[in-house]
Design a protein around this ligand. Sequence first.
Ligand code: PEP
Length: 247
Amino acid sequence: MTPGVQPLIAGNWKMHGTLAEARALAGAVAAGAKAGAGAGLLVAPPFPFLPAVAAALAGSQVALGAQDCHAAPKGAHTGDVAAAMLREVGATHVILGHSERRAAHGETDAVVQAKAAAAMAAGLIPIVCVGESEAQRLAGEAEAVVRGQLAGSLPPGFAAAGGIIAYEPVWAIGTGRTPTEADIAAIHAALRAVAGPATRLLYGGSVKPGNAKEILALPNVDGALVGGASLVAADFLAIAAAVRPGG
Ligand code: PEP
């Protein structure tokens, strides 16, 4: 944790669930979120479920995020969604540059940077994801890769707009494997040097109730971006409860 930075536990629901399940999950997270708890909470459902989840979260401490946006404010972009549209249905944050989008949709650092700028222009807080592949980690390139991604993906004014960075080693996502605590701490120290003192730095990649306490206690880890475990309210809330009160 970083003194003075409020931790955030963000759930990335990816392309999972039905509308009824999204409502129930959001309701359970909202009901379990404790006012004044150490960590802020955020859930990022699939686009079609955003309004229903916003309604389920109304009056709670839980923020709403989306999983992507387009870089343009409007236009002929079939199948895409503008940042202002997300804002209009209640999102306050948007995840950008997730490794699944970088891999499956060919998103480059420049694309992510343009999307983050668009998000900020629409009043959304971007959560920009970076992280090395397993081959890059084994080649000793993890820190250089992440530094390069940051340099290319963060638009001017990112920190001042409250932008959030998520370090997600690609090989740790959905695999049950995590870097060593020393490796996470080393990357987060490098992120901190680039991001400045007030930017929230999340760790993501197989965070579970069983490992959250150790990971969240590391220096410069200001929360977590959680995939699989965010689909079970009790697990997601247990991860949030692992945040040490007072940071
Ligand atoms: C993610 O995809 O952002 C993620 C961290 O997934 P998981 O927690 O399932 O590894």
